[in-house]
Design a protein around this ligand. Structure first.
Ligand code: ZN
Length: 275
């Protein structure tokens, strides 16, 4: 078994709001939802603190418990909320939130379980067939209704930054609501809306967990297939996937080819090879 991991902030002078942690039997990737400059969050700790605290709490929870992954996530959301509900306004629409992707191999080694909440991606390589891609597209489907104006503006301009703020503010109204999308924030019930499943370990050659900043090469830029990403992760490693993502982003700094809220995003990739 081989585990490889790389994580990189969008910019060297900003905190990395992604978290990645591994044990010999579990992987957790958490992607904190950034608060654009000028928007309130109700929390004095910040998104990086939230994502890193949730990630480490969750990794501990899935290591100690053999119960369902969603139950561990619910417990971790509750624990992290209890660390700051007396100092911060967790009912604020902008209180820190995060996406979650995780895998765990059961103690007997027979089964690998997965969980995805919001727009992080789990890619399962089960052999020559097309990889199984687990991604919760509810954020994207809701976002598509509101992003036209932002996408028409040149990335990096003050007008684009303002449209991005408005876009994030509008999306918040759909957060953790029926008919909207679900993310880890203060409400443990969000865990019930995660996508979950399992696969016999014997059928799994490898798996990748990617924050949306590291899945862009496929799902935003269309420059690679999931199979090509698995081969790249296996051959050259997660750092090469991030390097190629940055190269593509630098080739389109104002988003004219690939309209996007953020020119660069925190990027995290974990590759778990079972063969
Ligand atoms: Zn706080």
């Amino acid at each position: 078994m081989r585990l490889r991991l790389a994580t990189e902030p969008a910019s060297p002078n900003r905190p990395n709001e992604d978290f990645a942690g591994v044990t010999s039997n579990a992987v957790v990737v958490v992607d904190g939802a950034g608060t654009p400059a000028g928007l309130e969050s109700g929390c004095s700790h910040g998104v990086a603190w939230y994502a890193h605290t949730l990630g480490s709490t969750l990794l501990t929870a899935v290591t100690q418990s053999t119960g369902p992954l969603a139950e561990s996530l619910s417990q971790a959301i509750k624990t992290v909320a209890s660390l700051h509900d007396f100092t911060c306004d967790l009912s604020h629409a902008g209180s820190p939130s995060a996406t979650v992707a995780m895998l765990r191999r059961t103690e007997d080694g027979d089964v690998v379980e997965w969980l995805v909440l919001a727009d992080s991606v789990v890619v399962l390589d089960t052999g020559p067939a097309r990889p199984v891609v687990v991604c919760d597209d509810r954020v994207e489907r809701i976002g598509a209704r509101y992003r036209a104006q932002m996408d028409d503006l040149a990335g990096g301009s003050p007008e684009h930054a303002e449209a991005f703020r408005r876009y994030v503010e509008t999306l918040r109204e759909h957060r953790n609501r029926e008919g909207g999308f679900w993310v880890a924030a203060a409400d443990p019930l969000a865990a019930e809306h995660a996508l979950t499943g399992s696969v016999p370990a014997g059928r799994l050659r490898a798996a990748a967990l990617l924050s949306d900043g590291a899945s862009r090469l496929v799902d935003l830029f269309g420059l690679a297939t999931w199979r090509q990403v698995l081969d790249l992760l296996n051959g050259r490693g997660p750092e090469e996937l991030i390097r190629r993502t940055r190269e593509a982003e630098r080739g389109d700094p104002d988003g004219s080819r690939w309209p996007r809220g953020k020119a660069h995003d925190d990027a995290t990739a974990v590759f778990w090879s079972f063969s």
